[in-house]
Design a protein. Structure first.
Length: 399
């Protein structure tokens, strides 16, 4: 009877765990994580010294989040304009750069006056602006390939008047941008297709100048790809959604791969931060008031070790946040982020075992391309390797 009771309890526990896994869409990525963990046990850590930490924090920056009044938008942006430099000036990486933020700013929250304030931070070398887009959700008609392309091109035309997305290489002007999809719905990957509705989105992004997608991880939703903890190229199938689920890994010696580059943040299990002493928490690269940074999380980000294939000593730590709402300011503009940078400086910037590099989304892309081209040495040398710095300007204009 005791054995039967024990078996029953174990079966109930297994059923509960299985239900939780599928409810949270963990079945989409957990097999890949387990396989990666086993491979890491067998191959060990990188033997290259120093290990270079490429630290990139991307922000789904939505000042109008929650349907708030215009004066709240201004208050939120003012908080960043005032307080971010105060935090950032306290720290420098091995290249002499302060922490570099990347604001993915949606066009549906466009405001010329407020956007200029963020441009001012970019001019001050505190970060860069990229494209965050929610589309179709509030529209009366489903998006098509044509309407999506027009939305992106309209945004580029508007933003580029401030130099956003605009580069100048030897007198030749170009437009390039990084992308984060609102609601994690890249390439029509949500069951509710009103979040996107366009199956050939990856192709449209490439056609309009997108150099890489920074949307994932997003482990709670069905859009989470099965390929995790990687930099890879996704080939679009215009007839099907979620073409990015698999792809070809970025690799040294292979600089000309086809498809859209996908740059992911760390995703895995946090065994040292267990719920009820049993269930591990999920590491999903989120930095927020609900999931603040900690020393254990930082160590975990680096241990997961996202990297270009055959270049394990250039470790990519790509994190995400939603930094505009006031609820996030205590973390992102206060003590927790300051403590994060203090720990990064103390543990991962000694110059011998580790070198820290604060990078924007664009700079990270450039360094990845340098790795693909088998460049060696300090990755900080390749911040402008393919795409040069954006031509930011705060000159007045009327849209």
């Amino acid at each position: 009877m005791t054995a039967l009771l024990l078996v029953s309890i174990l079966l109930l526990l297994l059923a509960a765990i299985t239900k939780s896994i599928f409810k949270r869409n963990m079945h989409l990525w957990l097999p890949s994580y387990c396989m990666q963990s086993l491979m890491n046990l067998t191959k060990g850590r990188s033997t290259g010294c120093p290990v270079h930490i490429l630290f990139c924090l991307v922000d789904h920056f939505e000042p109008g989040n929650g349907g708030v009044e215009r004066k709240v938008w201004e208050s939120r942006v003012n908080a960043w304009e005032t307080n971010y430099p105060i935090i950032a000036k306290q720290f420098v990486d091995s290249d002499g750069f302060h922490p570099r933020h990347t604001w993915f700013y949606p066009p549906h929250y466009y405001d010329e006056y407020l956007l200029k304030k963020i441009v001012g931070l970019c001019v001050g070398k505190y970060g860069e602006i990229e494209l965050h887009l929610h589309h179709n959700r509030m529209d009366p008609f489903p998006d098509t390939s044509e309407t999506l392309k027009k939305k992106i091109l309209d945004c580029i035309a508007l933003y580029s008047k401030l130099g956003i997305f605009t580069t100048n290489l030897n007198g030749k002007l170009s437009v390039n941008y990084a992308f984060i999809h609102g609601d994690w719905a890249l390439d029509n990957s949500r069951k509710d297709t009103s979040f996107c509705g366009v199956n050939d989105e990856l192709s449209i992004l490439q056609e309009t100048g997108c150099y890489a997608d920074f949307t994932f991880p997003a482990y709670l939703v069905e859009s989470q790809p099965g390929t995790i903890n990687s930099v890879y190229y996704a080939l679009d199938n215009p007839l099907k959604p979620k073409s990015y689920d698999t792809g070809c890994f970025a690799e040294t010696g292979k600089p000309e791969q086809k498809g859209l580059m996908m740059i992911q943040g760390p995703l895995g299990l946090r065994w040292k931060d267990r719920k009820k002493y049993i269930f591990p928490k999920i590491e999903d690269a989120d930095v927020s008031s609900h999931n603040p940074p900690s020393k254990r999380r930082i160590d975990g980000w680096i241990r997961i070790g996202v990297h270009v294939k055959n270049r394990p000593d250039w470790v990519i730590v790509k994190l995400h946040t939603h930094g505009a709402p006031e609820s996030e300011h205590k973390v992102l503009l206060g003590g927790p982020v300051k403590a994060m940078h203090e720990y990064l400086q103390a543990q991962y910037n000694d110059g011998e075992n580790y070198k820290l590099h604060y990078v924007t989304a664009r700079e990270l892309f450039n360094i990845i391309k340098a790795a693909e081209n088998s460049e060696t040495g300090d990755p900080g040398l390749y911040r402008n390797y393919i795409i040069p710095e954006y031509c930011y300007t705060r000159n007045s204009f009327t849209a």
